[in-house]
Design a protein around this ligand. Sequence first.
Ligand code: GTP
Ligand code: MG
Length: 305
Amino acid sequence: MDLILDLKKGKRGAIAKAITIIENDQPEAKKILKKIFKETGKSMVIGITGPAGAGKSSLINKTVVAMKKLHTKPAVLAIDPTSHVTGGAILGDRVRMSESTDSGTFIRSIASRGATGAISRSLRNSVRILEYAGFNPIIIESVGAGQTEVEISNIADITVVVFNPHTGDSIQTIKAGLTEIGDIYLVNKSDLDGTNQLFDAVRDFIGASERNPIILKTSVKKNSGIIQFAKTLKEMMVSKKKLKKEKDNQRLETELKDIVLNNIQEKMNEMLNSDKTFSKYLKKLRAKDIDPFEAADKITKSLVR
Ligand SMILES: Nc1nc2c(ncn2[C@@H]2O[C@H](COP(=O)(O)OP(=O)(O)OP(=O)(O)O)[C@@H](O)[C@H]2O)c(=O)[nH]1
Ligand SMILES: [Mg+2]
């Protein structure tokens, strides 16, 4: 496949095309995965999460430039929760990330609609495409609202949580689950009032924990703290390698189970549609001769022994 050759060369068009194939779950996606799989699993995945408007995209924009100067080759995937509503956020990210695009980093917004399982599947495989194309690290931006931030820390080897002093509910957000996941906490927009209070609050609330996460102040506007952030990430890319291996082993087990269960569900669905026992008990159920639980038990027993 020419596509695979072009991927290996890191050609943008090929990467974009491959990710589209992965996202749309075409049979072609399986063929691509088969060809590239052996050479995946080497890049560090950095998840950047935090409340909407915390400055994640702006930060990533600057940080990838700094990371390139540190001789890494970052790529960015932005999970876009609003893309199916307006499409505006994608454009926003493109504009805000224009600087890093110019410097040769691959950037792509990926849709977040659909079942969470499907999102992590396409996300995981998009990461593999980028690894095969030679990128390292792979940075994933996701808004920390609801379940996404937990998911991101499942995929990421390094998790960064971004706060800023203008979200009045910051401490609430800190408490709402984000305390457990960060390797690095950023108080961004440090050019604004309230930075020190927020920094202290984050430190008091999180810094004393056993994990001992790193807390930094950054300002995209003033261009401060970015280089230190990039350096910290680069160091973690080395220090977290062993842990990544362990996590990857666990993730592969989960992934395999997911796929097997999915396959079984699909097969079973087909089988049930033409299963005699199923139609027999369905009839009884409709006639109220049996309750749904008992009917299901009888069908299940006839299928799985
Ligand atoms: N004053 C100040 N404004 C900033 C800073 N960083 C980002 N902003 C502004 O904050 C707004 C939101 O920035 P984004 O980078 O889009 O934030 P985001 O977290 O990616 O937002 P979503 O993707 O919508 O969740 C933009 O208007 C930025 O210009 C900063 O360090 N200081
Ligand atoms: Mg953004």
